[in-house]
Design a protein around this ligand. Sequence first.
Ligand SMILES: [Zn+2]
Ligand SMILES: [Zn+2]
Length: 308
Amino acid sequence: MDGKILVTTFYKFQAFEEKELKPLKQALEVQGEELQLKGLILIGKEGFNSTISGDPESIEQLKKFIVSITDDHSVWFKDSWCDWKPFSRFKVKIKNEIVTIGRPDLVPSSEQNFHLDPEDWHKAMMSEGVIVVDTRNTYETELGKFKNALDLRINDFQEFTARFLEQSFDKDKKILIYCTGGIRCEKAILELHEQGYKNIYQLNGGILNYIKEKPDGFWEGECFVFDHRVAVDQHLQPSKQYSLCPHCGNPGSQKIKCVQCKTEHIVCTSCLDSAPEKRTCSKNCAHHFRLGHKTTRLHRDGLKFPPK
Ligand SMILES: [Zn+2]
Ligand SMILES: [Zn+2]
């Protein structure tokens, strides 16, 4: 079932001049304000990268604006729905890289094409001897990944290339890489080409595009997203299983009844195992549990995420 809030994810590599960035930031802030949008837009000399939420008409307006600032008047928007606002703020940030691999000099061009659409990706995954590598971080891969995909256990995308090279794959082997919406792979693939890997392809539009096309395909688990939904399931619906742990901020799925205020909440396994005061719904309740106080009212003000 479709919710009321439209969430759209998009990026584009396109050269902007340094002097264009501030006016662009201001123009986007005006759009955000007028259309009452929430979310984050990163802009830089290499392009933009964003996830934004709002009511459907406002998102349509924003899309028109975004398309109007591109050289070729095309942007690929990946949409999903949510019943509640998955962001609490609207922010436009100017960044050195719109996705940080530590190589601002690597800019994908639209002429190169190492992209596989979901159908071709699906077929490629079934062929003999192919290697599938996840480019995402451990806190993402733990919620879900492609069947038999290699998880490099990285904490930050900037570690990707080094960890990939440690695997010493045969340079002629067919390698498939993927990420959430495709942008990380755009850069990763250029770095791997530089390293001599030529038979390497990326999933076009990332996991979000694949599960839209093939909800019963090779994707297993849920797909982590960078907003309050935490993850989306195979039908692009907000996760019912995961919530951000109030103690550490990582995704968790352990249901607890707060020992302080008795509210039901979700925490992560490692916090749950670490100390008795982590069997609480918030940092505030944990604090008061330690002090031995009761603060039923206060914890409610401290609740950051929608209860699931
Ligand atoms: Zn935790
Ligand atoms: Zn509590």
